[in-house]
Design a protein around this ligand. Structure first.
Ligand code: CP
Length: 303
């Protein structure tokens, strides 16, 4: 992984992904050490973020490194018309590695093609979110004690959900049974379904979430993302499609865990938060350890 960008989850092999999860488990035991002393990480967020940006920054600071960057294009020279290429070439003079979130699909790949320092994709449009994928895999393995042979249910915006796309591609390596719950308008894109078919795995599509709760090991809820809809009227039609409530979990499997990349709006009722099956805030915490493992691996500071 040394000096290699992470743009799509499939940039790293299955073994490399598992190695990162193992290293993250070690960081969870010992998150504070000085291995990033004298290292500078650039954090370029052209789109809003709470978890990804702050967990990256916390990960770096707990390892003794420094962070430079911006939290919106408004506070950078992009506002004056500077191109992404010029921004990356300039920022790469100031840092050892760049973390980038950008609203345009493919922008992180483009950044990696022009950058002299490694790039980590922190989410590009509706395309990919590979570090979220790694922390989701970490959370699944931690709660189920395995990644293989699970029933995993994805709910909500499967069309524009970059976290969904990355995680489904990764789970194709683990003999997953996929349950896909969405409004007709937000079905999983055929480009992602192709990964499931190529892995010779099975998926079922549903509109009604109640049909699938009892046969799930993981329910991965997602927000219907207003910002991704070209037409606001289309968003209005589906925005309240799902609302998971505590009483819907009565016949669920004992090992069920509910994940959500967050932020949530109304798709999980707050009465689920006190359930032992709710795992979304612990999931967000796991992001620190996975990102520590990833940065240290790319910078060649652990093997
Ligand atoms: N999961 C996630 O990407 O959250 P943020 O948008 O808050 O970073």
């Amino acid at each position: 992984m040394k000096n290699r960008s992470l743009i799509s989850i499939s940039d790293y092999s299955k073994q490399e992904q598992i190695d990162l999860l193992d290293r993250a488990a070690n960081f969870e035991q010992h998150p504070r050490r000085d291995i990033l002393k004298n290292k500078v990480i650039a954090s370029l967020f052209f789109e809003p973020s709470t978890r990804t940006r702050l967990s990256f920054e916390s990960a770096v600071q707990q390892l003794g490194g420094s962070v430079v960057g911006f939290t919106s294009s408004d506070s950078s020279s992009v506002q004056k018309g500077e191109s992404l290429k010029d921004t990356i070439l300039t920022v790469s003079n100031y840092c050892d590695l760049i973390v980038i979130r950008h609203p345009v699909d493919g922008s992180a790949r483009y950044a990696s093609e022009v950058s002299p320092v490694p790039i980590i994709n922190a989410g590009d449009g509706a395309n990919q979110h590979p570090t979220q994928c790694l922390l989701d895999m970490y959370s699944i393995r931690k709660t189920q004690n395995k990644l293989e042979n699970l029933d995993i249910t994805f709910v909500g915006d499967l069309k524009y959900g970059r976290t969904v796309h990355s995680l489904i591609i990764a789970l194709c390596q683990f003999n997953t049974r996929f349950h896909l719950v969405s409004p007709v308008e937000l079905k999983l894109p055929s480009a992602v379904k192709r990964f499931i078919k190529e892995a010779k795995l099975h998926y079922e599509q549903y509109i009604d979430l109640t049909e699938v709760v009892a046969k799930s090991d993981i329910i991965y809820m997602t927000r219907i993302q207003r910002e991704r809809f070209p037409d606001p009227i289309e968003y209005e039609k589906v925005k309240n499609a799902y609302n998971l409530r505590n009483n819907m979990l009565e016949n669920s499997r004992p090992n069920l865990k509910i994940l959500h990349p967050l932020p949530r709006v109304n798709e999980i009722s707050v009465d689920v938060d006190s359930s032992s099956k709710a795992y979304y805030f612990e999931q967000a915490r796991n992001g620190v350890f996975v990102r520590q493992a990833l940065i240290a691996s790319i910078l060649g500071l652990i093997s």
